[in-house]
Ligand binder design. Structure first.
Ligand code: PMP
Length: 350
């Protein structure tokens, strides 16, 4: 090995779900929204002046921050914007987790958390979910360097109550507690109301799922002003212009259209419940989902086999070949037509 090679940072990166290049596929593998973004987003996009791109973007994302502050009933100083919630979470790990005590998050959760810990050399521990894939709150009562809870959790889809999160906060008042609410709009309980009581809470949400804007890359954190200021200091020490001009104005427009947002979210919830029923009839068991995906296991056919067979039929779902979850499929809720095709294909495979 050459000397310079020894100094290269070695990390095992997060592996995102496949983004196949072929046409005519049914893509249920990365929890994107099957509906288009709000109609206003298209209108604003068409009216956007190309000349605007000559200039650097607004490094404070003011228009988007103000729109979100109104929507979430918080002060603009309580909002931090990033390039998807991945950027926000990565920045939050870098900002808040600087002790030698381990940061705690479940063994089965969003698999980017341990990647950021490795990248930034943050010690961490992963208490096991119980046999029903529920978080054991007592595991979070010990001394630690921070807590991260995805709620609803991924890939399990299970959402814990606000009281559950309150309990975690009660037992962790000396560290930052991050609640990753990427999927909360699909029927989960948000912890935003707890912000008034706990100044060490950071709630992270995204435009990628419920707002149909995964391609724009917009995520945000809500927390008390000091927490947000600390995030901004780190951001401005790294890259001032994370958010591009198009994302700022189009994102703001997406927030304005509340009716479209609610309608599409409701359609996905309705379709989810129907899918769970249909999967049940095919011999699957799904965990109790409050997300835009289900986590399903079949009583006799291995998940890995079903995954492969679905792919042959150009239907993409997510399969994690990892301990405890290697007999589950994570299936994103698509349109009614897509889900009908999935159920037909599964019937044939089984
Ligand atoms: N948190 C969780 C739990 C997720 O599943 C995802 C999606 N991969 C993210 C955060 C990141 O989403 P985004 O960067 O698109 O906002």
């Amino acid at each position: 090995m050459k000397l310079w090679e020894q100094n290269i940072r070695k990390v095992k990166p997060y592996v995102p779900g496949l983004q196949p290049k072929e046409d005519n596929i049914i893509k249920l593998n990365t929890n994107e929204n099957p509906y288009p973004p709000a109609p206003g987003v298209e209108r604003v996009m068409e009216q956007m002046k190309l000349d605007k791109l000559r200039l650097y973007p607004d490094y404070d994302s003011t228009e988007l921050v103000n729109e979100l502050a109104k929507e979430k009933r918080v002060d603009p100083e309580q909002i931090f914007i990033g390039v998807g919630s991945d950027d926000v979470l990565g920045m939050a790990f870098l900002t808040y987790f600087n002790s030698d005590k381990p940061v705690l998050f479940p063994d089965i959760t969003y698999s980017f958390y341990d990647v950021w810990c490795e990248l930034y050399k943050i010690p961490y521990e992963r208490p096991m979910l119980d046999e029903n894939f529920r978080i054991v709150k007592q595991d979070y009562y010990k001394e630690n360097g921070g807590v991260v809870i995805a709620n609803p959790n991924a890939p399990t889809s299970i959402c814990e109550s606000t009281e559950f999160i309150r309990d975690i906060l009660e037992h962790n008042q000396d560290v930052v507690v991050i609640v990753d609410e990427a999927y909360v709009d699909f029927g989960g309980a948000s912890s935003i109301d707890l912000l008034k009581e706990y100044d060490n809470l950071l709630v992270v949400q995204t435009f990628s799922k419920s707002r149909s804007l995964a391609g724009l890359r917009i995520g945000y954190a809500i927390g008390n002003k000091e927490l947000i200021e600390a995030l901004n200091i780190v951001k401005f020490s790294y890259n001032s212009y994370t958010m591009n001009t198009a994302s700022i104005v189009l994102g703001a427009e997406a927030v304005r259209d509340k009716e479209y947002f609610q309608n599409t979210v409701n359609q996905i919830i309705e379709q989810r419940e129907k899918t769970i029923q249909e999967l049940d009839e095919l011999g699957f068991t799904c965990l109790d989902s409050k997300a835009n995906f289900v986590f399903a296991t079949h009583k006799s056919v291995p998940a890995g086999k079903i995954y492969e067979e679905l792919q042959k039929k150009k239907i993409y779902v997510r399969y994690f070949n990892k301990p405890r979850i290697n007999n589950f499929l994570r299936i994103t809720i698509g349109t009614e037509e897509e889900m009908n095709q999935l159920i037909i294909a599964l019937g044939e495979i089984l």
